[in-house]
Design a protein around this ligand. Structure first.
Ligand code: AMP
Length: 125
């Protein structure tokens, strides 16, 4: 079920629980600003989620409220993970879903990092 991205942050969402270590994840990277782990239901040979360590519902919330340090740290982490996964030379796709029309299901900002094969059309028809 897509979420309403205008709601306040829910500290009991699944990615908040992963950040607190209450449920496991298949981690690929972690620093002060971001955590990256394999998506539990991969839609490409490489499908990694990168999330900020701060409590932000969506890209909208993050871009409006996060500090310059948090934004820089998060963006650098996404780039770092893509390089570490060997995706720069073959190419990759970033995706951030937001709210109902975007099909966002988890109310903690996450960027999907897809790669490992040609990814087809940008948007399904
Ligand atoms: P979105 O539709 O953009 O909100 O995507 C949510 C993503 O989170 C989906 O691709 C799910 O497969 C993924 N997901 C949900 N729960 C977990 C989990 N516990 N560990 C890893 N990925 C998850």
């Amino acid at each position: 079920m897509p979420i309403d991205a205008t709601q306040p942050y829910d500290p009991n969402n699944v990615f908040a629980k992963i950040l607190r270590g209450e449920i496991p994840c298949n981690k690929v990277f972690e620093d002060e600003w971001a955590l990256a782990f394999h998506d539990i239901a991969p839609q490409a040979p490489v499908h990694v989620l990168v999330i900020p360590t701060g409590a932000y519902v969506s890209w909208d919330d993050f871009s409006a409220r996060a500090s310059a340090e948090e934004i820089a740290g998060f963006v650098r982490a996404v780039g770092h993970v893509a390089r570490e996964q060997g995706l720069v030379e073959p190419g990759y796709r970033l995706l951030a879903n937001l709210g109902a029309d975007g099909g966002q299901e988890v109310p903690h900002l996450h960027v999907h990092l897809f790669g490992g094969a040609p990814l087809g059309r940008m948007i399904a028809r």
